[in-house]
Design a protein around this ligand. Structure first.
Ligand SMILES: C[S@@+](CC[C@H](N)C(=O)[O-])C[C@H]1O[C@@H](n2cnc3c(N)ncnc32)[C@H](O)[C@@H]1O
Length: 268
């Protein structure tokens, strides 16, 4: 059982254009769609800002419609956003507070040492092949100055399994898809044009393979993140409790993979 042929990157790249360009409202994801989005947003911002305090030059690769970039620009960073989906870049451009470009994580059109930190919150789980993921991470390292930080988000396959199995009907007709997800990180076919779901150990290894140093991988949303995904709002008290849990268990090798996202950080 399992071992379906992998999807081709060209097909995923084409689907990304349609999905983010026409189907999905990425702008709402971190803001109004679910309580998980706010937790993901705040945790990512805090980690990036703590590692590299403003003012600093930041590159947001796969920055989508600019939710992170706009907040970072407000906080005093000089931000450049790139994303392959032109319509999202156009939406980001409307903030008028940071530079925006259409581009791909695998080939960054910037000289070496152009930035103090680079954030990739998106590209890695859309790249099916390890070679492409290492290329994206290596490009981030190249454009970041020595001593600067590269932060890269991944979707853990173990929380993705929970999402796939929770509506119970998903398991019965498609055990092969669940097996391929557990064994190889192959996302089950669906609307979301995903290429690869990680384990946190695997993300750690990829950051090291891209020649980054002092690598760490933390869970972003923690043990309550999946529950927050099912509601649009929770009380402030519950939100802060979920956030405390996320921080408390961010390094736990047993729990971080239950997060909806993990964030790897390495130093140039
Ligand atoms: C889930 S969205 C995340 C957007 C934003 N960074 C955030 O955190 O809300 C994933 C983003 O990755 C972008 N992306 C997909 N493949 C990419 C690639 N090869 N290079 C750069 N960005 C890519 C998509 O266009 C999309 O905007």
């Amino acid at each position: 059982m399992g071992n379906h042929p992998r999807r081709h990157q060209a097909g995923i790249d084409a689907a990304i254009q349609t999905y983010y360009g026409e189907v999905f409202d990425e702008d709402a994801r971190l803001t109004t769609r679910s309580a998980q989005g706010r937790l993901e947003f705040e945790r990512t911002q805090e980690i990036v800002r703590t590692a590299t305090p403003a003012p600093a030059r930041l590159l947001d690769v796969g920055g989508g419609t600019g939710v992170h970039a706009a907040a970072l620009a407000r906080a005093g960073y000089e931000v450049t956003l790139i994303d392959p989906v032109a319509s999202q870049v156009k939406t980001a451009e409307k903030y008028g507070t940071f530079e925006t470009l259409v581009g791909d994580a695998r080939t960054l059109d910037f000289p070496d040492d152009s930035f103090d930190a680079v954030l990739l919150a998106g590209p890695l789980y859309h790249l099916v092949g390890r070679t492409d993921r290492i290329r994206a991470l290596s490009e981030a390292r190249r454009v970041c100055r020595p001593g600067g930080f590269v932060h890269a988000a991944a979707i853990p396959r173990f929380s993705a399994i929970a999402v796939a199995i929770l509506p119970w009907k998903a398991l019965n007709p498609a055990p092969d898809a669940v097996l391929d997800l557990i064994r190889r990180g192959d996302p089950a076919a669906g609307r979301f044009p995903a290429g690869h779901f990680h384990t946190s150990e695997e993300l750690h290894e990829e950051l090291v393979a891209a020649e980054l140093s002092n690598v760490s991988v933390v869970g972003l949303e923690g043990p309550a993140g999946l529950a927050l995904e099912t509601v649009t709002k929770v009380s402030e008290e519950d939100f802060q409790a979920a956030k405390r849990l996320a921080v408390l268990f961010q390094d736990s090798s047993q729990i971080r993979d239950l997060s909806c996202h993990v964030l790897g950080t390495g130093q140039v």
